[in-house]
Structure formats: structure tokens, C-alpha cells
Design a protein around this ligand. Structure first.
Ligand code: GDP
Ligand code: MG
Length: 260
């Protein structure tokens, strides 16, 4: 309720035509999100965005998320919801590269990346699209670290500390001019994803987010951040592993070396 009063979540804004019917594909990577996926899919299709499509990229989740995604595709129509069944857990970055590449091939005008665990509220999307179109941005980030944003109170102190340390670390090393460099909630123009050659991105986990920002800055793309409330995941557990954290620590160093 407090958030609703602060205008951070709640009712999605209505966009005028032709913005509200823009061809927008949401790529949802899933690994063990059986309880969350039906909720986020319903919320996305309830938005006042008539050109919205969903692409689920599932890494053969042991909890049966893939089969649930197929049921959702049957319910909402395969033209509106596509499921990509990947052979096994290969990490967030791989799933995004696969899903985003397919969305581009299918002719999406805009591509969204967001977690499937309801940390990123679907209700922000019309506002993010409106911001992108009004500011002529190439990518809009749903940011946790700009004025007006907030983090889940339930997030453990060590996760908050790790996230702000990671942001500071990347900012110091790479000077990207982005406040939330590891954010996973982003709306891209398809032309921007083509420009940065998303298909060739090799990093995974949080490094995927950092490398996407790095490439965007190198290509002179316009990045705009809007504040969000980042909620704790609704159900299930985080897949963040030590391997992911280690890669996140190394990747900015190798990007810096390459830039020299
Ligand atoms: N397809 C796929 N999705 C993944 C993988 N790892 C994480 N995800 C998804 O990526 C999103 C973010 O992961 P999450 O565990 O919530 O990370 P956290 O928010 O940093 O704790 C969620 O939708 C996960 O289901 C993976 O290896 N493959
Ligand atoms: Mg999460």
C-alpha cells in the first residue's frame, strides 16, 4: 500500500496509440520458477500493451517449469507465448542470448529482459516504454540505485552489501555512467541489441548485465534509468552461485584490459 501511494507499483500507466500497440517481446529466463511463472505471465498479459508477446527460455528445470510454460502457451496461444526448451542449466546469460536472438529474428520492435520471480513488477513496463519513446533512448533500465528507487526490505543485509559493492566495483573500473550496472530489468530497442551484437555476448550471470552496458556505452547508445521498487522473489530460491559471483568479479577486469 505504501508503495502504491508512492506511485512505485500498482496500476500501470496507459500509453496512447501507437505506443500501446508496439511490438514488445518479454524474454523470461526460467530455472525452477514453477510457482512464479503463471503469476508473472498473467500479470504481463493483463497490461494495457496489445502488442506484448512472451518468450520463456527454460533450462530444463527439474521442478517442471517447462511443462507449465507449455500449458500457458496452450492457454494464451502459441502466437503470444513461445517456449524455448533448452537442454540443461547453462546460466542466465546463455538463456538471454538465445531468447533475445530469437525475439529479434521474429521481428520484435522492442525486447524486455526481466526476472521471472516477480522481483521486477510488470506494471512498470508501460512507463518504461513511454520513457524510452519520449526520450529517444536505446535502452531503459529499471534501476534500484537512482533517486526514488527502493530495495526489498526482506533482502538479507549481505545481499544488499554484495549488490552495492558490485555496483561500486564496476563503476570504478569501467566508468559506464550507469547507476545500477547489474540491473536485470531492461527494455531495449531491437536496433540497439543488433548494434551491440547480442548474439556474440559470452558472459553469464551478473557479468551479462555488465557486458551489455559496456557494449552499449562503447556504441554510444543512450541509456536512461527509471526508479523501481525491487521486490524479494515471490517463491523459490535464488540461483546465484559462487561461480556467478567469481565471474562477476573477473569480467569487469577483462573488459578493462580489452579496452586498453
Ligand atoms: N534459463 C535459465 N534461467 C536462469 C538460470 N539462472 C537463473 N535463471 C533465471 O534468472 C532469473 C534471475 O535469477 P535469480 O535466481 O532470481 O537471481 P537473483 O535475483 O540474483 O537472486 C530468474 O528468473 C531465474 O529463474 C539459468 O541457468 N537458466
Ligand atoms: Mg531474483
Amino acid at each position: 500500500m505504501a508503495l502504491r501511494q508512492r506511485g512505485l507499483t500498482g496500476q500501470a500507466v496507459e500509453l496512447p496509440e501507437p505506443w500501446s500497440s508496439a511490438g514488445l517481446t518479454i524474454v523470461l529466463p526460467t530455472y525452477n520458477e514453477a510457482a512464479n511463472l503463471p503469476v508473472i505471465v498473467e500479470a504481463l498479459f493483463a497490461l494495457p500493451l496489445t502488442g506484448l508477446r512472451i518468450l520463456v527460455a527454460d533450462d530444463n528445470s527439474p521442478d517442471g517449469t517447462g511443462a507449465i510454460a507449455d500449458e500457458l502457451a496452450a492457454r494464451f496461444g502459441a502466437d503470444r507465448l513461445t517456449v524455448v526448451h533448452r537442454p540443461g542449466k547453462q546460466g542466465l546469460g546463455r538463456a538471454y542470448v538465445d531468447g533475445m536472438t530469437r525475439a529479434l529474428e521474429a521481428g520484435a520492435e522492442f525486447v524486455v529482459q526481466m526476472d521471472s520471480d516477480l522481483s521486477h513488477a510488470p506494471e512498470y513496463l508501460p512507463q518504461m516504454l513511454g520513457t524510452l519513446l519520449a526520450t529517444d533512448a536505446d535502452v531503459v533500465i529499471g534501476s534500484r540505485y537512482v533517486c526514488g528507487a527502493s530495495l526489498a526490505r526482506e533482502w538479507a543485509w549481505h545481499r544488499k552489501a554484495l549488490s552495492s559493492f558490485a555496483n561500486m566495483y564496476v563503476r570504478v573500473l569501467l566508468h559506464l555512467g550507469v547507476r545500477d550496472v547489474t540491473a536485470g530489468f531492461k527494455l531495449w530497442r531491437s536496433s540497439a541489441l543488433t548494434a551491440i551484437d547480442v548474439a556474440s555476448v559470452r558472459s553469464n550471470g551478473y557479468s551479462f548485465q555488465v557486458e551489455m552496458n559496456y557494449r552499449s556505452v562503447q556504441h554510444g547508445l543512450k541509456i536512461v534509468e527509471v526508479p523501481i521498487h525491487f521486490a524479494d522473489r515471490r517463491e523459490g530460491e535464488s540461483k546465484m552461485s559462487f561461480k556467478v559471483q567469481l565471474e562477476s568479479a573477473m569480467m569487469p577486469l577483462s573488459l578493462r584490459r580489452r579496452a586498453r
